[in-house]
Design a protein around this ligand. Structure first.
Ligand code: CTP
Length: 409
């Protein structure tokens, strides 16, 4: 959930500031872009250089940079952030946040931020238990800021109690969980197919196609980034799944892919069939390698049609389920795509034409047209497959929002 997110990490004056280094490291490792803002006195606990090296970004602690006098734009920083995390959050900073005081860059950024704000208090136990701190935290929570509760344990003063900043690993876990709950597709189950299928001729030969699986993997990733619980059923390919919300199932043939789809389809809210399923398979699969001498076994392979998995799912589809298919065409593209949309009972079809340079198999890019069951047609530019996946998922989200997911056609 943190991958690609812009995060402003606010560091305040507390001994727990030493943990900020680990926090930055974990955020960057999770794929986040991190900019650190420090209160002026927190630089005595941990150097801006350490946090700058780890975050790979300049660290800001004043409204303007000393020598050049350049303004460190707190408004820009606040608007840049997808999420603001203040860790450690001292009693002093919490009090200022609660009352709208803006006497340093961190507080200015906080007041300018429109994104969700998380704060991890760190202070001695009596400071944490003090009525004013409790009231400030309640005030911040009532404004929608998220508390990352401190832990119980030995404190810098030697006292034992509540006030120790949550460990960086716990903070990351809590952020992931919270972002997951806020994600637009949280609670939705998605089924995605990707890659080719291989139809065996004998133990060493098969009928296959050039599909790389990149489009299907990008779709699975984008659905997971939006909070869906994804099952990715993939034919043979060399790709890796990136997201922990993706459960991967590897299959070889169209028959195996069909069987795997049936296990999950009934409980799926969203199904996207991006796989290039082989349309034909050998009727007989030899259990030994067919020798080329004589030729008969290889020059006359009898074929039969595979199950059209998408069409079968279209027949099983119930109200509320979204079913999306792909159409790869070389001529009369719109006509063929619309035929597939109707015949396979889809909510929309994603058309790509092999005539378009940079679209189709093997490339990192694709150029698509989306046609929905109301005949609404949207043409998109040639884009990276990750961005194409974003367009497809945006269409899915708009259908879910309009609850336009009946079984009509
Ligand atoms: N598909 C499928 N099972 C098959 C063949 C295709 O589920 N046996 C799905 C693909 O995953 C894709 C869509 O059907 O989402 C369209 O596939 P495509 O090969 O373009 O079309 P076909 O229906 O096979 O028709 P044709 O080969 O005649 O173009």
């Amino acid at each position: 959930m943190l991958n690609g997110k812009n995060i402003v990490l606010g560091v305040t004056s507390s001994i727990a500031a030493y943990k900020s280094a680990f926090l930055v490291r974990l955020l960057v490792k999770a794929g986040a872009n991190v900019k650190v803002v420090m209160t002026p006195t927190s630089v005595e606990f941990i150097t801006p250089l350490t946090l700058s090296v780890l975050s790979k970004n300049p660290v800001y602690s004043e409204f303007s940079s000393g020598k050049t006098g350049e303004w460190n734009n707190h408004v820009e920083l606040g608007l840049w952030a997808d999420l603001m995390l203040i860790a450690p959050a001292s009693a002093n900073t919490l009090a200022k946040m609660a009352s709208g005081i803006c006497d340093n860059l961190l507080l200015g950024t906080y007041l300018s931020a429109r994104c969700p704000v998380y704060f991890a208090p760190a202070m001695d136990l009596d400071m944490y238990k003090h009525g004013s701190t409790t009231e400030n935290i309640m005030k911040l929570k009532s404004r929608g800021n998220h508390l990352l509760s401190p832990a119980f344990g030995e404190l810098a003063s030697g006292l034992i109690g509540e006030g120790r900043m949550a460990e960086p690993e716990e903070i990351i876990e809590a952020l992931q969980k919270s972002l997951q709950q806020q994600a637009p597709l949280n609670g939705k189950k998605a089924l995605v197919t990707a890659g080719p299928t291989f139809e065996a001729i004998d133990p060493v030969r098969f009928i296959g196609n050039h599909s790389s699986g990149k489009m299907g993997f990008a779709l699975a990733d984008e659905l997971a980034r939006n909070g869906a619980d994804v099952t990715l059923i993939c034919g043979p390919n060399a790709l890796q799944t990136k997201h922990r919300m993706i459960k991967r199932m590897d299959v070889m043939s169209a028959a195996e892919m069909h069987k795997a789809c049936l296990l999950d389809f009934a409980s799926s809210d969203i199904t996207v069939m991006a796989a290039a399923v082989a349309d034909y398979r050998p009727v007989h699969v030899a259990d030994h390698k067919i020798k080329k001498e004589g030729g008969a076994g290889l020059s006359n392979i009898e074929l039969e049609q595979t199950m059209d998995i998408l069409a079968d799912l279209g027949k099983r589809k119930t109200k509320g389920q979204i079913l999306v298919g792909f159409a790869l065409e070389t001529d009369s593209e719109l006509i063929h795509a619309k035929e597939k949309l109707v015949k396979k009972n889809l909510d929309f079809v994603v058309l790509n034409s092999l005539k378009d340079d940079g679209a189709g198999f093997g490339t990192d890019s694709n150029k698509i047209t989306i046609i929905d069951k109301h005949n609404k047609t949207e043409n998109f530019e040639l884009k990276e497959k990750t961005e194409v996946a974003r367009d497809v998922v945006t269409k899915i989200k708009s259908l879910l929002a309009s609850t336009d997911t009946g079984v009509a056609i």
